[in-house]
Design a protein around this ligand. Structure first.
Ligand code: G6P
Length: 474
């Protein structure tokens, strides 16, 4: 059945995995994209095209909780060159401020082009006449134009879940021109922050030569493309209700007891990624103990590191570094039954996350660069008693909205130490004042409002009657 709304993302919301008894099963996919899009998709009937993880499994389309899912297959070579290679070894570090060094390989780019083409072809197959297709994230930046060439009748939106870099960094990409043109196939291009949208428009003007005015690009074929910010969010009400539920309350209590009922629990939850600043954060925390500000009896740091992109070299190195650091800190500072850091290399279902959020007094989110960071928003949504502290990097997109957090520069270890200590010592009236304000923001700007705003603007853009310039060549 052709669909009027098609989501195209690298990942499906569920991942095909092997259960412990060896039989195949499904697990929720990691990361912010799925967290945000899933509730939107459940609310309206649509089709979601994406990869189910793993190599070619010949999976047929299927229904999952009201969503129609269309699995895309990937060969081992696609995974190596398109997913681990160009997407996560080239684009990811460039778009995150060069926190790690990107690699440029022509065979990776060729794979990126051919996988994008397959996704575009699949979208062209399943979309109904005049349908809306919403393409997501950095893995699929060529899909909008490829899809438009196949199906000019469609309305096409694109949303980038990660930061869009300054022109100076983007310009390093040997395929910069093709990526800009790929994105311009969309009618509306959404970014997390206004700065990302402005970077994009500037690059289009400089590198492709199209006429632009504010957030609009005027193409020679008469199309007007809008590039604007739509800060993404979460299902705030859903998280709050989950946090209030009896099983989650009991589980939160159990967690506190298992940790030895310390006065304060610090919490970090991140994919194990070098952009997240986990190493510096744990060092800052451990120095507070060795400096004598508090003791392992008073506080514990629970760090959940969700396994991610484990075949990529830089992620393996990071894992070893964190393993060593945690071992050293606990060896130096811990006592029997009292580690300084309780480290969990695992992913957990939403219920367990909500219980952790409920149990934690201080949530620590200190990425070097992050498109939004939904964990920060989830913590706020779960603190229905208006308590708990959020220590947040000013380089996470969420810092634009959550101004009442303790904002820190993650490169500044002493600054992080004093913010962690301030949060540790804050009295309840200060916590309430800050949390109340943040909760209001998260409740008002939830993910349903985000999707609605994007869809309204997507139905609005179209054609212009301006004089245009021909594009630059090369
Ligand atoms: C971020 C990206 C998503 C990605 C997720 C998990 O949230 O924006 O596109 O799906 O990380 O990463 P993975 O490589 O496991 O899909």
């Amino acid at each position: 059945m052709p669909s009027d709304l098609v989501i195209v993302a690298n990942r499906l919301p569920v991942d095909r995995v092997q259960l412990s008894d060896g039989t195949p099963g499904w697990r929720r996919s990691p990361g912010g994209l799925v967290t945000a899009i899933e509730p939107v998709m459940r609310a309206g009937a649509g089709t979601w095209i994406g990869w189910a993880g793993g190599t070619d499994q010949g999976l047929e389309p299927f229904e999952d909780d009201g969503m129609h899912l269309v699995p895309m297959s990937m060969s081992a070579e696609d995974i190596e060159r398109f997913y681990e290679g160009f997407s996560n070894g080239t684009i990811w570090p460039i778009y995150h401020d060069l926190v790690a060094k990107p690699e440029f390989h022509r065979v990776w780019w060729d794979a990126y082009v051919s996988v994008n083409r397959r996704f575009a072809q699949k979208a062209a197959e399943v979309a109904a006449e005049g349908a809306t297709v919403w393409v997501h994230d950095y893995q699929l930046q060529l899909v909008p134009q490829m899809l438009r060439d196949l199906r000019p009748d469609l309305r096409i939106g694109f949303y980038l879940h990660i930061p869009f870099p300054p022109a100076e960094l983007f310009a390093q990409l040997p395929w910069r021109r093709q990526i800009l043109e790929g994105l311009l196939g969309a009618d509306l291009i959404g970014f997390q922050l206004p700065g990302g949208a402005a970077n994009f428009v500037r690059l289009v003007r400089q590198r492709v030569g199209h006429k632009t005015h504010r957030d609009l690009v005027y193409l020679p074929d008469g199309r007007a493309v809008r590039a604007a910010a739509f800060p993404i969010s979460i299902d705030a009400k859903g998280f709050e209700e989950l946090a209030q539920s009896e099983p989650v309350a009991e589980r939160a209590q159990e967690i506190r007891e298992a940790l030895g009922n310390p006065r304060k629990i610090f919490l970090g939850i991140d994919r194990l990624d070098y952009t997240k600043g986990i190493y510096a954060r744990l060092r800052a925390y451990s120095e507070l103990i060795s400096d004598g500000h508090f003791d392992v009896e008073d506080a514990v740091f629970v760090q959940v590191a969700v396994p991610s992109r484990e075949q990529v070299e830089q992620y393996r190195i990071l894992r070893d570094e964190i393993d060593r650091l945690v071992g050293r800190i606990n060896g130096d500072l811990g006592r029997i039954g009292r580690p300084a850091i309780s480290y969990l290399h695992s992913s957990y279902p939403r219920e367990e996350m909500a219980a952790l959020y409920r149990a934690a007094d201080i949530m620590v989110v200190t990425p070097y660069r992050d498109g939004m960071n939904l964990v920060a928003k989830e913590y706020v949504a779960c603190r229905f008693e208006n308590d708990g502290a959020l220590v947040l990097s000013e380089f996470a997109g969420a810092a634009d909205e959550l101004r009442q957090a303790w904002l820190v520069n993650p490169y500044d270890i002493n600054g992080m130490k004093s913010a962690l200590l301030d949060a540790y010592r804050a009295d309840s009236s200060e916590l309430t004042r800050r949390m109340k304000a943040m909760r209001k923001t998260v409740r008002q700007h939830d993910v349903a409002a985000w999707a609605e705003e994007f869809m309204i603007q997507l139905s609005d853009v179209g054609f212009h009657h301006k004089q245009t310039r021909p594009a630059h060549h090369g």
